[in-house]
Design a protein around this ligand. Structure first.
Ligand code: GLV
Ligand code: MN
Ligand code: MN
Length: 443
């Protein structure tokens, strides 16, 4: 027989929430527009880990957090953290906490909603409370790094929070040779009062809103969707080493052109991935040396990003793609080597929070659809430590990682409504008694 252990009932938010969610949706979108100005490049959105643009972004967001009644800190990993307390009498170290948010960094020349929208919705929801409080605290987090641009390694912010950032990661160097640990030390020195990147002990759930970044919701005519799983990903760096030489004097049959080999391999990977359902493989970065119009390429480095919902299929695809590279290199009499830079298994989000998200979405008038995410999200790093849920917003045209990324005002309003429903349901969830198996050593 199972034993029922009661948690104290926590007081729910009192009174009707009367905020105008339509107006709030417009404010959320205006804030995404304002943050698009915090960029390393004029005329484009590029905001990388611990950059001055990220500092400018954190400053603006922290002002909005403070105005919404939050206590604001940054942690040593550059994560921006705003805390809106539970009912005062409940707000001790033990009080449960719901974390909401996403990331504030961007890809080069990215869109204005990827990550940012999830943070702005978290702040918008706190604003919608208009000073009322739940029995749990709400922490809104803007992760400092999710995209993996500066160090070729993603999720630095959420990894720091979950204590999964280890010495080999910290030793990585950026394009200017700055090691990650040096960048973090410099950041802490320039930001006195930074806190440790740790979960508050009461943190009992994480909710991330994010644009879908794909076409499925639009295709289904739905504004919101509930994420069930997030695809695993592998990132590999390949280096083809041929022989550089004169472009005018070296006959074609005597060449060992590293760029031609890489090009052949990229097309072979595209074709192989295209014939495997659910598999996606991308080369998004390439550099060649010596890099002149009249010199045959001697060394080419390129990236490979492979994703699938099944870890087994993804790993075996990576093996196949590496075998293809070796075969091409052998035929062209050049060398190829590789470095697995990153492997992230697929993640299933928390069934109890998925059920809450389903009800929150359906109470907002949208039939809840379960989805798999091909994109990586901070939720996949958080999920092994803290129950996590994600709600997607429709992406018009399925466009993302592109300046034309968009979102509909009506979907932002639905997300605010679903978020408010989620908060009420989460209160009910943590008020429930917990069912525990009997202790095996009790007599
Ligand atoms: C993040 O946007 C990723 O999925 O690469
Ligand atoms: Mn994102
Ligand atoms: Mn992204």
């Amino acid at each position: 027989m199972s034993r029922v252990e009661s948690r104290p009932l926590l007081s729910s938010v009192s009174g009707e929430i009367a905020a105008d969610l339509g107006e709030l949706a417009k404010k959320v979108l205006a804030r995404c527009d304002a943050l698009a100005e915090c960029s390393e490049c004029k005329g484009a959105i590029t905001r990388t880990f611990l950059s001055p643009a990220m500092d400018a972004c954190n400053f603006r967001v922290s002002e909005w957090m403070k105005a919404a009644g939050m206590r604001v800190n940054v942690d040593r990993a550059g994560n921006l953290r705003g805390y809106y307390p539970a009912h005062d009498e409940n707000d001790t170290d033990l009080v449960p906490r719901l974390m909401m948010g996403s990331h504030l960094d961007s890809v080069p020349d990215g869109g204005r909603y990827d990550g940012v929208l999830g943070v702005m919705l978290g702040i918008g929801l706190v604003e919608a409370l208009e000073g009322r409080h739940f029995g749990f605290g709400i922490e809104v987090i803007g992760f400092s790094e999710e995209e993996g641009v500066r160090y070729g390694f993603p999720f630095i912010g959420s990894r720091a929070l979950t204590a999964t950032l280890h010495a080999p990661h910290l030793a990585r160097r950026d394009a200017n040779g700055v090691a990650m640990f040096t960048a973090l030390d410099n950041y802490a020195a320039a930001h006195p009062g930074v806190i440790d990147p740790e979960f508050h002990m009461g943190t009992s759930g994480y909710l991330e809103f994010h644009i879908e970044q794909g076409p499925m919701l639009e295709h289904a005519g739905l504004g919101l969707g509930v994420v069930e799983t997030i695809a695993g990903q592998s990132r590999v760096k390949l280096t083809f080493r041929g022989r550089s030489g004169h472009a005018g004097t070296t006959p074609m049959f005597l060449r060992h052109d590293a760029l031609a080999a890489a090009a052949e391999w990229i097309l072979a990977v595209e074709s192989a991935a295209g014939s495997a359902p659910g598999l996606v493989a991308t080369t998004g970065q390439i550099s060649c040396q010596p890099g002149a119009a009249n010199v045959i390429s001697g060394i080419v480095s390129c990236s490979l990003d492979v994703r699938h919902g099944s870890d087994e299929i993804r790993r075996s695809a990576v093996e196949d793609f590496l075998a293809l590279a070796r075969a091409i290199a052998e035929r062209r009499q050049i060398e190829v080597d590789h470095l697995i830079e990153y492997e992230q298994p697929a993640v299933h989000l928390d069934p109890a929070l998925i059920a809450i998200a389903d009800k929150a979405v359906s109470d907002a008038g949208i039939s809840p659809r379960h989805m798999a995410s091909g994109a990586g999200h901070d939720a996949m790093i958080i999920a092994p430590k803290i129950p996590a849920a994600m709600i997607f917003l429709r992406s018009p045209g399925g466009i993302s990682h592109h300046p034309d990324e968009a979102v509909l005002t009506e979907d932002v309003e639905s997300a605010l409504q679903a978020g408010m429903n989620f908060l009420h349901l989460f209160q009910h969830h943590i008020d429930q008694p917990i069912e525990r198996e009997p202790d095996s050593c009790t007599t």
